[in-house]
Ligand binder design. Sequence first.
Ligand code: BGC
Length: 406
Amino acid sequence: MKNFPDGFYWGAATASYQVEGGIEHCDWAQAAREGRVPPCGDACEHYSRYEADFDLAQELGHTAHRFSVEWARIEPVQGQFDTEAIAHYRKVLQALKSRNIKPFVTIWHFTLPVWFTDKGGFEQADSPETFARYAAHVVSELGDLCEHFSTMNEPNVFGSNGWLRGSWPPFKRFAVTDMVSITNSGRMYESKASKGIRPLFLYLKVMKNLAVAHNAAYEAIKKVSPATEVSVVKHVIVFAANWNPLNKIKAVIANYAWTAIFINRVKNHVDSIGLNYYFYTQFGDTRQWKKTDMDWNFAPEHIYDALMRLAQYKKPLFVSEGGLADHDDSDRAEYIQKQVAGTWRAIKDGADVRGHLYWSLMDNYEWALGFEKQFGLIKINYDTQERTIRPSAYVYKEIIENNGIV
Ligand code: BGC
């Protein structure tokens, strides 16, 4: 029996743009109108169906839920905060509360208001201040209904996809080819990234500004609500190496560049750290890995290495995301069991992990790949908006009910 600590939080995560539908004033919606990424449209209509969706989460035994609020809804024009949007998210938080589900709110999950990106977004020196003002507003309006806020989701993924790979807004590419083509259900999206050397320097600047923005938001939030727990959600790639010393050096450098630099910049301004875990990669690996529908190595047990890496910072941790795309649900139950077992091992070895949130509660918009990839415990039929609980969700439910793996 692998028992978790009492009060351990179990649940799943979503993000506003990926599930809500009807978000028009953000950079991704604009990129979709320009044909550079797939349209998101009504997504899962979660903006109006959240009550029914939380009923399903409750039925599945979830005791926690992570979701994000949409900056473009809350501050559609710079400095003008929308009271209806706030009223909506208050109702969402109340809906969770009435079901005894603890909320984890992410203040910003990838999508940005167009007024902000038009001014240069996080390339601009004043962006941290603008972000901090928005973050403090969110907490001052919602803080009585939620104890835990994450300032931002996966800064390194945001920065590298936007400024190195050029596959996400603002489509700047530090690379050798002109086009980044993404196949999505037979349709080709040409993001037409602008390429060059400059994006590398912009990337470094953006990464710095994101850390400054997090720290400024942390301080602004503490001013309006000192008791609020503030975290950052960090994507950790586990870079490992075979026997070869050169590969070992490569792994050290890669782990440092992807994880340590950012965390070192913010570690004095976090009450806890959220881990998003999806990738394990070994330099010099000759094994044939089983793959997920994203073509990522099927390596859920290595969440252990990611948690132990973050445990060095001596903060409470929570698994803010982890999961796989698996359209026929053939591998999800095994993935969840191994991910939970890896999390348990990390706790045994000293990591202070407080919760586990599977990505995702339901299928959703997988960014530049559109709606094809299915990460959900709940399947969505996008024609009818019908929800179907997948069998693996019941395996997870049993883990939750036992507070561990029997
Ligand atoms: C992101 C999610 C995304 C998931 C699967 C994470 O990087 O936070 O928005 O859908 O991974 O790719």
